[in-house]
Design a protein around this ligand. Structure first.
Ligand SMILES: Cc1cc2nc3c(=O)[nH]c(=O)nc-3n(C[C@H](O)[C@H](O)[C@H](O)COP(=O)(O)OP(=O)(O)OC[C@H]3O[C@@H](n4cnc5c(N)ncnc54)[C@H](O)[C@@H]3O)c2cc1C
Length: 288
């Protein structure tokens, strides 16, 4: 790997300015678990690393009157031990537990996971079912967008090259919403998802309300199974309904067929995981 310059900016604004000035020759460094692998395969035009891992604006997990803010530089390890996340966003904690091994979870950040933007990113479905939004800093200031608008394609987000992901925001109404997350990989640990899935829903007067289902590794980007959600909304839960919703989710996905798993097997996983996340979310709702 070639030697690179290394800069630690003091603020998010300074980081954005550096990116803007240096153009393609600079690259942001968070935990480095994705980036260092990429750089080893060839740094392209990158000559300078801008280390944002300790930027105050991108750190911390804070609950406010509006909701929960998770800094982009928060690691999976920090999420797994955070008392607010443990009680109010257990699906994000569950997803964090499934990422890589302990070393990856201690270095890898939730922001880096979203920006890398692979279809199998484990944090994505867990955040999507909570209607999360992301704050992006650019030369014109900050903007906040729904997380679904962030994912554009494999390894492609809606951020401009000089922009910085600051944090993730979850609206208050979704904190503690009954939810669940499941991942299926070819091994129990250190495996990328063949399919991952999350669900969140309320059960009001015995009827499913505001259901959300999101799946990863099933299309070029993580996606919401909107038709399956619509089918569940306002219905009294039963086995047949959940089976139908899972079939609908299969129809909404566009999984690939490759050496890791056939199309048919991936469709089987989508159906099974969708059933499981809905069923488990209903169990959580009933336990309350
Ligand atoms: C052995 C191993 C196992 C893994 N297992 C899993 C797994 O099971 N599930 C999974 O989802 N992922 C897995 N990963 C991928 C990786 O660990 C995660 O995607 C991680 O969260 C990336 O975060 P990071 O802080 O290391 O990002 P980095 O590697 O530092 O950065 C990744 C990219 O994002 C950019 N970037 C980072 N932060 C920002 C920001 N705030 N704003 C703008 N750009 C930014 C960087 O410039 C770079 O291009 C694994 C990786 C390894 C090496």
């Amino acid at each position: 790997m070639k030697a690179l310059d290394y800069i630690v900016p003091k603020s998010a604004a300074a980081a954005v300015e550096l990116l803007s000035d240096y153009g393609e020759t600079a690259c942001l460094l968070a935990g480095g678990t994705d980036l260092v692998v990429d750089l080893k395969h060839g740094a392209g035009r990158v000559e300078t690393l801008v280390d944002v891992s300790q930027l105050q604006e991108c750190r911390g997990i804070d609950e406010t009157d509006e909701g929960l803010r998770i800094g982009s530089m928060v690691t999976y390890g920090e999420i797994m031990e955070n008392s607010i996340c443990l009680t109010k966003t257990p699906e994000i904690v569950a997803a964090s537990h499934t990422v890589g091994a302990v070393q990856t979870r201690n270095l890898g950040t939730i922001g880096g996971n979203l920006v890398t933007c692979v279809p199998s990113a484990d944090s994505a479905p867990a955040l999507m079912v909570l209607d999360a939004e992301v704050t992006i800093a650019g030369t014109e200031g900050n903007r906040r967008i729904p997380i679904e608008d962030f994912f554009v394609g494999p390894r492609k987000t809606s951020m401009q090259p000089h922009e910085l992901l600051i944090d993730i925001f979850i609206p208050k109404k979704n904190l503690g919403k009954p939810s669940s997350f499941y991942k299926f990989g070819l091994r129990k640990g250190q495996a990328l998802a063949l399919v991952n899935a999350a669900a969140a829903l309320e059960l009001i007067n015995g009827e499913i309300t505001s259901p959300r289902i999101a799946l990863g590794a099933v299309a070029p980007t993580p996606l919401r199974a909107i038709k399956a959600e619509e089918l569940l909304d306002g219905q009294k839960p039963n086995k047949e309904l959940i089976t139908k919703a899972a079939d609908m989710a299969v129809a909404e996905c566009k999984p690939i067929d490759d050496f890791r798993a056939s199309l048919k097997y991936r469709q089987h996983l989508i159906r099974t995981l969708t059933q499981r996340v809905i069923t488990r979310s209903l169990e959580v709702a009933n336990e309350r």
